[in-house]
Ligand binder design. Structure first.
Ligand code: PLP
Length: 393
C-alpha cells in the first residue's frame, strides 16, 4: 500500500535504485552497505542458500562477487574471496587456516609485508613460523617432516625472480598433510596456474597486475569451495572486505589482463637481452634467459611467457643506482609493479629496507640492484631510456 510522503521522507530515500527492464552490459557500482529484503522468509532463503541475494556488504556485495567469480575462473578453481589489499588476502587466509600451536613453513624469499606478518604478528599469536629455501627441494622435504599446517611460497619471487618447483613442493606438502598456499602475484594466472600444479590456495595482490593501473588496492584468495568458505567466514569477521568501487576497478583492469601481460613479457625479454651483455650491468635476473637457474622449469610451467619483471645489478652499487634513477626520463621510480607504465624499484631502499645489511647481502639484494616492471610502452622507447641512463652511471 502506497502512503503519501513528506519532504523529509523523500530526502531520506534519495538515490534509490531505478527499476528497468534492461540490464546494464557492465555492472554498475553497487556502492551500498545494505540491501532491501522483501520478507522474513527471504532472509532465511538467502542465508540458507535457497535464493541468491545480498544482505550486508561486509559479507557479500554484487561488485565483490563479480570480481570473486572472475578470479576463481582465472585460477580454474571453485571459488575466490576478495580483500581490501594483498596483505589482507595473505593475513586473513593464514588466520583462517592456522591456530596457535600450529607451524607455518614459509619460503625465505617473500614479499616484505608477508615476511613481517609472519615474523612479528603470527608468532605473537602463538603460531610457530619456520623458513626454508623453497628452491632447494631437499631442504623443503626436511622442513616438511615437522608436518606444518600450511606452507607459503611465491610462484615467482621478488626481487630476484626465482621459481620454486610448485608441482614437486605440492606433492611433498600433501604427503605431510600440509596445505600449500601460493602467492601468484608476479606470475599472474595468465602465465602460471598454481592450482594445476597442486596448490591448495592461490593468493593475489590485485593492486598489481590484476588491477593494472595503480589506481586501486585489493587482494584475492582462490581455493576449492570448502577452503574458500573457511577463508570467507574469517574475512567477514576480521573485516577485510573490499569496497565495491575498488572491486569494480579491479574487474575493469582484468578485462585487458591478457593483452597487458603479453606486452609486458615481450618488453621484459627485450630488456633482459639488452642488459645481459651491457658493460654497466653486473647481473640480470630474468626467467626467460637461458642462464637463469630455473630457466627449464620456467619454460615448462610458463609456456606463455616469462613475466614482465626484470631485475639487474648495476656495477657501482648504491651511487650508480642513485644516478640511474635520477637520469631515467620516461621510466619512473615507483615501488609497485604490474602497471601500464614501466616502473623501477630499488629493493634495498624500499621492499627490503627492514632487513639488516647482512640479511640483504645474504639474500643477494645489493645496493646496485634495480627491479623493473615492464609496462605497455614500445620496447624501443624503454630501451632508449635505459641506454641513455646507463651512459651516466
Ligand atoms: C604487493 C604484494 C603483496 C601485498 O599486496 P598489497 O596489495 O600491497 O597489500 C603481497 N605479495 C606480493 C608478491 C606482492 O607483490
Amino acid at each position: 500500500m502506497r502512503v503519501p510522503r513528506s519532504i523529509d521522507s523523500i530526502c531520506a530515500a534519495a538515490g534509490s535504485d531505478m527499476p528497468s527492464a534492461t540490464r546494464p552490459l557492465t555492472a554498475p557500482i553497487y556502492q551500498n552497505s545494505v540491501f532491501e529484503i522483501e520478507s522474513l522468509e527471504q532472509v532465511d532463503d538467502i542465508y540458507e542458500g535457497r535464493q541468491d541475494g545480498f544482505i550486508y556488504s561486509r559479507d557479500a556485495n554484487p561488485n565483490v562477487s563479480i570480481l570473486e567469480r572472475v578470479v576463481a575462473d582465472l585460477e580454474d578453481t571453485d571459488d575466490a574471496v576478495a580483500f581490501s589489499s594483498g596483505m589482507g588476502a595473505v593475513g586473513v587466509t593464514l588466520l583462517a587456516l592456522v591456530e596457535s600451536g600450529d607451524t607455518v613453513l614459509a619460503a625465505d624469499a617473500l614479499y616484505g609485508g608477508t615476511n613481517l606478518l609472519l615474523r612479528q604478528h603470527l608468532t605473537r599469536l602463538g603460531v610457530n613460523v619456520e623458513f626454508v629455501d623453497a628452491c632447494n627441494l631437499h631442504a623443503v622435504e626436511r622442513s616438511l617432516r615437522s608436518r606444518p599446517k600450511a606452507m607459503l611460497i611465491e610462484s615467482i619471487t621478488n626481487p630476484l625472480l626465482s621459481l620454486p618447483d610448485i608441482r614437486a613442493i605440492s606433492d611433498m606438502a600433501h604427503r605431510s598433510g600440509t596445505l600449500l598456499v601460493v602467492d601468484n602475484t608476479l606470475a599472474t594466472p595468465i602465465l602460471l596456474k598454481p592450482m594445476e600444479l597442486g596448490a591448495d590456495v592461490v593468493i593475489h595482490s590485485a593492486t598489481k597486475s590484476l588491477g593494472g593501473h595503480s589506481d586501486v588496492t585489493g587482494g584475492a584468495a582462490t581455493a576449492r569451495s570448502d577452503i574458500a568458505m573457511q577463508i570467507r567466514q574469517s574475512n567477514s569477521v576480521w573485516g577485510n572486505t573490499p569496497d565495491p568501487f575498488a572491486t569494480w576497478l579491479i574487474a575493469r583492469g582484468i578485462r585487458t589482463l591478457p593483452l597487458r601481460v603479453e606486452r609486458a613479457c615481450r618488453n621484459a625479454m627485450r630488456v633482459a637481452a639488452l642488459l645481459s651483455d651491457h658493460p654497466k650491468v653486473r647481473a640480470v635476473h630474468y626467467p626467460g634467459l637461458p642462464g637463469h637457474p630455473q630457466h627449464e622449469l620456467a619454460r615448462a610451467t610458463m609456456p606463455g611467457g616469462f613475466g614482465g619483471m626484470v631485475s639487474y645489478d648495476l656495477y657501482g652499487g648504491g651511487a650508480a643506482a642513485s644516478k640511474f634513477v635520477r637520469t631515467l626520463d620516461m621510466i619512473k621510480f615507483a615501488p609497485s609493479l604490474g602497471e601500464a607504465r614501466t616502473t623501477i624499484s630499488h629493493p634495498a631502499k624500499t621492499s627490503h629496507h627492514s632487513l639488516s645489511e647482512d640479511e640483504r647481502a645474504q639474500s643477494g639484494i645489493s645496493d646496485g640492484l634495480i627491479r623493473m616492471s615492464c609496462g605497455l610502452e614500445s620496447a624501443e622507447d624503454i630501451i632508449a631510456d635505459l641506454e641513455q641512463a646507463l651512459e651516466y652511471v
